[in-house]
Design a protein around this ligand. Structure first.
Ligand code: NAP
Ligand code: G4F
Length: 323
């Protein structure tokens, strides 16, 4: 029988890759979208005729219960969130309502409608924050450094708690940064690759950035959605770190991205205090050992291939927009 999956956050970067992946696996895909005065389906436009979109919001539990009752998914992937760290200082309550309490609303809806549903929670390496050990593994203590990180810690533990309290098949993926040509323009990788494309095409001269010393473990989003699915195929629910095991600074990101377009980053990058954060996460690097061993998960795209892919896609995008 064809399996049905519900994805919250299907219009986001990960939602779009996961929907493609599940369709290829033969799933019927239901995607939850929130009401907006303008349609924001760019990332899923190419598969829209193969998926079912339903209206709902993580802030509204009744809508979640209604969706589960009507569509009866076997698996729920909770990817929806206020996901931009910088915004979480300006909108800490909204971030908590969505990114933290939103998880409880989905879990409660599952518990009430059908506790057999398998659940995936999009946890984050931001939970490690001011890191207690290097590299970070599943047992590394959390020390979040932003309202977003704090909200994700809540989402993580409420997932563990519903698993232990009610026996739900609920798993958390502690995913390190993952990027793609579909990444939102405000995140640093895409900001840099899109900025490089605009400079290469003569549209801009400078790119304004914050902390160039921050280090991240950057992987490709297409690889990471496979890990989400693998977690829900296991007999027993479990939490996994998903990462590349390599870390690179924002400065290195700039070097590789500008070089891909034949440019010298130091001639274009300007440090701008507006992009510095009240509290920074200096270094993230994950050990994906457990995911490799128990899920058979491997990444297929390395750092330089990822940056090259994103610069090339943005060069094409900017050139096309210029006609
Ligand atoms: P994203 O591109 O920002 O997508 C976020 C999605 O959440 C969008 O579809 C957005 O809908 C939806 N959303 C926001 N508020 C909502 C609400 N109140 N109700 C329903 N939907 C809502 O994020 P992403 O990069 O794909 O990340 C997916 C998930 O993984 C997020 O939970 C993120 O925090 C987590 N995560 C991401 C990374 C990463 O590196 N990408 C790493 C670790 C964890 P609209 O399109 O309407 O805005
Ligand atoms: O790309 P970022 O905004 O991603 P950040 O804060 O690491 O969060 C992303 O990854 C998390 C997983 O670890 C997710 F949970 C979260 O949802 C999101 O997807 O910033 C990366 C680094 C930071 O240290 C930031 O200070 O880049 C530094 N940075 C330097 N200049 C900048 C800029 N970040 C942004 N967004 N813009 C800048 O101009």
């Amino acid at each position: 029988m064809q399996k049905r999956a519900l994805i919250t956050g299907i219009t986001g970067q990960d939602g779009s890759y996961l929907a493609e992946f599940l369709l290829d696996e033969g799933y019927e895909v239901v995607g939850m979208v929130r009401r907006s005065s303008t349609v924001t389906f760019e990332r899923i436009a190419h598969i829209q005729d193969r998926i079912t979109l339903v209206a709902g919001d993580l802030l509204d539990e009744v809508s979640l219960i209604g969706i589960l009752r009507e569509h009866r998914p076997a698996e729920v992937y909770n990817l929806a969130a206020q996901s931009f760290v910088q915004t979480s200082w300006g909108q800490p309550v909204l971030t908590g309502e969505t990114t933290a309490l939103g998880v409880t609303r989905v879990l409660d809806a599952i518990r009430m409608v059908d506790p057999e549903i398998r659940f995936y929670q999009a946890s984050s390496s931001e939970m490690f924050g001011k890191v207690r050990e290097v590299p970070q593994v599943e047992s590394t203590p959390f020390y979040p450094r932003s309202p977003y990180g704090v909200a994700k810690v809540y989402g993580h533990w409420i997932t563990v708690n519903y698993r232990e309290s009610y026996g739900l098949h609920a798993s958390s993926g502690i995913l390190f940064n993952h990027e793609s040509p579909r990444r939102g323009l405000e995140f640093v990788t895409r900001k840099v690759t899109h900025g490089v494309a605009r400079i290469a095409c003569g549209l801009d001269e400078k790119l304004h950035l914050g902390n160039l010393d921050a280090q991240r473990d950057w992987g490709f989003a297409g690889d990471y959605v496979r890990a989400m699915w693998l977690m829900l195929q296991r007999d027993e629910p479990e939490d996994y770190v998903v990462a590349t095991g390599e870390t690179h600074s924002v400065k290195e990101l700039c070097e590789v991205a500008f070089a891909q377009a034949g440019l010298d980053w130091s001639e274009h990058v300007v440090i701008d205090e507006r992009f510095l954060r009240p509290a920074e996460v200096d270094l993230l690097v994950g050990d994906p050992g457990r995911a490799q061993k128990e899920l058979g998960w491997e990444r297929t795209v390395d750092f330089s291939a990822l940056v090259t892919m994103m610069v090339d896609a943005d060069l094409e995008l900017v050139r096309r927009s210029m006609g």
